[in-house]
Design a protein. Sequence first.
Length: 254
Amino acid sequence: MRRTKAGLASEVFSFFPDCMRVHVCLHAPFEGLAGIGPWLKGRGARICFTRFFDGDLAPAVDSFDWLILMGGPMSVNDEAQFPWLIEERRLVSSAVKAGKTVLGICLGAQMMAKALGGAVSKNREREIGWFNVSRVDGAENHPLGTCFPASGEVFHWHGETFTIPPGATHLLRSEACENQAFALGRNVLGLQFHCEMTTEAINEMLEGDADGIGTGRFVQTPEEMRDRPERAARLSLLLDAVLSALAAETARGV
């Protein structure tokens, strides 16, 4: 039987009691939670952070219920330059094995893919700006695939890509990048794109990583990225759908 919106909301809120513990891994000062923060706070979650760029250590796996991995300008393969990438990869592996809910965005998704046995390499195109992603055939049959429309515009900022890790389900693709999202079970989700972006977060990215924009067929100018602020408003609806689906499916699995 199909769940109603009211039923889904009830499931999500029941899974977010005041003691729900969410741990967030940050890799750059200009890539924060953006729209995810208000969503979590509105559901009474307790949020803690590891700021790897400030030398913070990874948390103990038993200290959180959800693990969220945000983006960053480095590559997950830059372990010689950023040794904490090894520590974070072990954290992800341990969290998944422990049955934690794990969400990775951009670099975070690449970290998840590598931790789960996939590979990360240079994508054939840089993809930066507003471009569509499309649902892979059959993805609508996965519990976490149902929250994505057949096609929709999202925000991108990446030059690398991941392979779909063993046992995971490929959910989304784009013209520039074949692997845009994967799910492992009902509580592990990796997104190459950004669905958390607000107008303020986009401006922070443009200021903090201006040298990383580059050029290419799928690279917009800063003016194009800032154009039509209603795009961020629409993106917030997708973010709510994604987080609500992840929370509901996690609740159903515990």
